[in-house]
Design a protein around this ligand. Structure first.
Ligand code: SF4
Length: 176
């Protein structure tokens, strides 16, 4: 299920240029979920095309795979004003679209706090849960879930960078 091109189920519709739909390959069942589209994503209508996308792509490449091996999406499909975090109400409004993207997932990676809040209901420090696999409920299934840092959080933080690299290694291991 995809949002209508003129979806107005939440207030984020008012500031968007494009609805940003998932990108990549759903077949392997590996789904990376970020927070929300940023400026570049909003303009291009594609997730993770800005600096965060470059960081993520480089880490995936270093681990031996690329974004065509995974499906990349966000908790909400429209850019929040000023790149603020999406609210619980906005994530709930957009959740049916995310839920349908996750329907055939083998493993889901939550990139950053908002994704972990939306998908695992966790609102504490990322350091306490990063790379500790758990499960989330998708439809009537439990699906493996890896909480980790958003690529943007790794720009000035060596530890976050190392943890996100480790996430990519874990994913690579799961694909083999
Ligand atoms: S964020 Fe989702 S629910 Fe809100 S307007 Fe955009 S597509 Fe619709």
């Amino acid at each position: 299920m995809r949002p209508d091109p003129d979806c107005s189920l939440c207030p984020l519709c008012s500031g968007r240029t494009n609805i940003v739909l998932p990108d990549g390959n759903p077949a392997p069942g590996i789904i990376l979920v970020g927070e929300a589209p940023g400026e570049n994503e909003d303009l291009e209508g594609r997730p993770f095309v800005g600096r965060s996308g470059k960081i993520l792509g480089a880490m995936m490449e270093e681990a031996g795979f690329d974004r065509s091996d995974v499906l990349i999406t966000n908790t909400v499909k429209c850019r929040p004003p000023g790149n603020r975090d999406p609210t619980g109400e906005e994530m709930a409004a957009c959740r049916p679209f995310l839920e349908s993207e996750l329907m055939d997932a083998r493993v889901v990676v939550g990139l950053g706090k908002s994704a972990c809040r939306d998908l695992m209901g966790y609102d504490g420090p990322m350091a306490d849960v990063v790379n500790i696999p758990t499960t989330i409920c998708v439809g009537d299934r439990d699906v493996p879930f890896i909480p980790t840092y958003h690529p943007a959080a790794t720009i000035y933080n060596k530890n976050s960078r190392a943890e996100l690299k480790r996430t990519m290694q874990i994913l690579k291991g799961m694909m083999e």
